[in-house]
Write a protein that binds this ligand. Sequence first.
Ligand code: ADE
Ligand code: ZN
Length: 337
Amino acid sequence: MNDFIHAIPKAELHIHIEGTLEPELMFELAVKNGIALPFKSIDDARQAYNFSDLQSFLDIYYQGADVLINEDDFYQLTWSYLQKAAAQNVRHTEIFFDPQTHTARGVKFETVAQGIHRALKDAGQKLNLSSKLIMCFLRHLNAAEAMDTLEAALPFQKLIAAVGLDSSELGNPPEKFMAVFDRARKKGFKVVAHAGEEGPPDYIWQALNLLKAERIDHGVRCLEDTALVEHLVKTQIPLTVCPLSNVKLRVFDDMKQHNLKRMLDLGLCVTVNSDDPAYFGGYIEENFQALQTALKLDHQDIFKLARNAFQASFLSLTEKEKHLDELEQFVYGFGEQ
Ligand code: ADE
Ligand code: ZN
């Protein structure tokens, strides 16, 4: 089963590039850029990655991102992730970035976007790994700041496929960002939003009805609302679930309590993703493995999850077909062995 999980072609749709910053690179960049870190050593940093909820994680995550200053730093961060993803047979990835985390420290929007983009382009050429970029607004900041960020992004629009919404969910409902998402949609951006991670099912409804989200990031609390589940099954709006993240941030007490198998069996379009792998103890393959062991997923479940991810991506129909064909051939070939 582990070989199957490793080798199956995968797409990853929920990954924060700042959440792929491993302590080794964090320390290297801190020294290079003369930034003081709140950790004494790499081990000390890993020890501190013990979270009680989303906010306790975000506090540490934003501090870590302070070491990213130059375009090359963003390149190196992204390239490191892409190499790991390619080694786990990820064929396509849709990456979040949080421009406000950097522009608030005086780093230019352009520095962030170009550094990430250059690595994505190299991965297309050297790693057989395609990608899209999703710009997230920080929901703990106000709507006017999100609108300013959207304006700053417009000159780089050809690098960015979609907008999203992340950071502290409770108390920051999607409705707060209706105007900025309206404008983003009019400008031609696709739309996703984190909802129903810690927040109630009503936040998922708001993301769908008010922001017109085409995908929901996390969404695990949807099971508390039968009408919502019915709607999500009917529309096949994808839910990008992040199992190790959910356990690390105490959305579920342990992996055995995770509701992903129930979601799958209800016919929801769920996918498996790593969210912030440097902080949560694993990349996409480790997420699949942890889930499979805890929930006793079978080969069909893994196949379905991999299939859902390509279908839920923002790739063109032709590109999706190509990946789905490769996936089917892989599964067929694996059965023959
Ligand atoms: N930013 C990075 N990871 C996040 C998560 N799991 N939820 C909300 N915002 C985030
Ligand atoms: Zn996330």
